[in-house]
Ligand binder design. Structure first.
Ligand SMILES: [Fe+2]
Length: 254
């Protein structure tokens, strides 16, 4: 390198470096888009956030096909999630760095991306911040544990029962309806693992983090004002009519 070039290089300001870094980032996105166009993305390609969203946008369009093959879609999202290193993405890193345990005994969440077709959320749990059984009506969910580990139990509706009862809580009266649910998954997911639920399989789940745990969740379609998720009281102590994997559950219908 000549003296002149070396001098010019040394003179490059911090701002100059920042601008080059930004342009390199844009260049990387462009290169990844070009690679995608040429079909060069595979399961081992490390993506950046923009490329991840671009891929996901394309995959999520499958929900408009009739019938929607949710098994195939959720597996594609799983592979996509596995090719991302989320803590290295600037927007995710920012949320992780800003983490504060604001709600005792309840998780913290951040919306990383939201559009009608899908949303991407970051969940952060302290040990034991349990999420009881709830469903995701007409949605798929693909969750990727980024750090820590959690016990997830997934259930499908087996049948509705014709039993209802009134429950009074304070000045409110609820009508509770009974149903039977089938446990389809009961596993500990650790860093790097992915769990899947579809509209018909494993749509009800509970989550128990065993230590400080972070996960990225892709919901398809996104939650909206009409989404009416149900919470279930599940009798986990006994199997329904002594049948393995079956449990009686109850939810409020009004
Ligand atoms: Fe959930």
């Amino acid at each position: 390198m000549s003296d002149f070039k070396r001098r010019e290089f040394i003179k490059l300001s911090a701002l100059g470096f920042a601008s080059i870094a930004l342009q390199l980032n844009a260049l990387t996105t462009y290169a990844q888009q070009a690679n995608a166009h040429l079909g060069k993305w595979n399961a081992n390609t490390i993506l950046n956030w923009d490329a991840f969203l671009q891929q996901l946008t394309k995959l999520a369009k499958s929900q408009h096909e009739m019938p929607w093959n949710q098994k195939q879609y959720t597996n594609q999202v799983k592979q996509l999630l596995l090719s991302c290193n989320f803590p290295e993405f600037e927007n995710v890193k920012k949320e992780i760095d800003a983490y504060e345990n604001k709600r005792p005994n309840w998780f913290e969440s951040a919306n990383l991306h939201h559009e009608v077709d899908f949303q991407v959320s970051l969940f952060q749990f302290e040990k034991g911040e349990y999420i009881p059984h709830h469903d995701h009506p007409n949605m798929t969910g693909v969750l990727n544990v980024v750090s820590g580990n959690l016990l997830t139990k997934n259930y499908s509706i087996e049948k509705q029962l014709n039993t209802t009862r009134e429950v009074i809580n304070g000045d409110k009266t609820y009508t509770m309806k009974k149903c039977v649910i089938r446990e389809v998954e009961n596993e500990i997911l650790k860093g790097g693992d992915v769990g899947i639920l579809t509209a018909n399989e494993g749509n009800i789940h509970s989550i128990m983090p065993n230590e400080f745990t972070q996960m990225i969740d892709v919901f398809t379609p996104a939650y909206h004002s009409e989404t009416n998720a149900l919470w279930y009281n599940v009798n986990e102590a006994d199997n329904y009519q002594d049948q393995k994997f079956l449990f009686e559950a109850e939810y409020a219908i009004s």
